[in-house]
Design a protein around this ligand. Structure first.
Ligand SMILES: N[C@@H](CCC(=O)N[C@@H](CS)C(=O)NCC(=O)O)C(=O)O
Length: 222
């Protein structure tokens, strides 16, 4: 049995972005059933949780005897069970892994810097000074990605875990119009997000937050 650890609640600006979504999506693509353990903020720093996730973050995953953290590692672990995520042809498989790593190491780094500036530090003087340079580096990365995509539907011949991760990273920019103004990239993101597995994963993450809100309201009213 697979158990995914996710957060019980986050503020609306983060709902639909929390990184367990990537894992839920991979599990849905692979058709692998799973249960979810929801963490409160206090649980994140507990010694018990730190044994599972050394940094106290989500996602984490237990699959039988193996305990995993880092969304990339978890998606690769699930991908090993699913031709949909990782092709069996060794070269195609390596290309899919390469794109997953490019999403995390090359694209997510500046994208996350921009999100942190806009969502957590917007009123600080240093962020006002730093933002133009970070936005420019995001735009450069995305222009290169758009050039690679050209008229392809996916990063390689077909959808893989690389597209799953790249789309998950592009979503982080939803508070900006950067992707919307890049038609090839916007169409690519929409194509990947239209997949039933993504829609199910997103609905399930949002349902968990709604359930926590309802429970908190009920407790408040009692
Ligand atoms: N590199 C990690 C990043 C995980 C991460 O940043 N998780 C966020 C939620 S999206 C988190 O748990 N934040 C709370 C914290 O850092 O305390 C991964 O991809 O799994």
């Amino acid at each position: 049995m697979i158990t995914l650890t996710a957060l019980a609640w986050v503020p609306p600006f983060a709902q639909g972005l929390v990184r367990d979504l990537r894992v839920r999506w991979a599990l849905e693509e692979a058709g692998v059933p799973y249960g979810v353990r929801l963490l409160d903020a206090a649980d994140q720093s507990s010694a018990e949780y730190r044994r599972l996730q050394p940094f106290g973050q989500v996602p984490a995953l237990c699959d039988g005897d193996i305990e995993l953290f880092e969304s990339g590692a978890i998606v690769l672990h699930i991908g090993a069970r699913s031709e949909v995520l990782l092709p069996t042809d060794p070269d195609q498989r390596t290309r899919a892994v390469t794109w997953l790593l490019a999403a995390l190491n090359t694209v997510e780094v500046p994208v996350q810097q921009l999100a942190a500036i806009d969502l957590f530090h917007a009123t600080k003087e240093w962020s006002r000074q730093r933002r133009p340079e970070v936005e420019a580096s995001v735009r450069n990365r995305l222009a290169d990605l758009e050039a690679w995509l050209g008229d392809r539907d996916y990063l390689e011949q077909r959808f893989t875990a690389g597209d799953l991760m790249m789309t998950s990273v592009l979503r982080i920019l939803r508070h900006t119009d950067i992707v919307a103004r890049m038609p090839t990239l916007a169409a690519y993101q929409a194509r990947c997000e239209a997949r039933p597995a993504f829609q199910k994963a997103l609905a399930d993450q949002m349902a968990a937050f709604a359930a926590t809100e309802a429970e908190r309201e009920q407790r408040g009213a009692a």
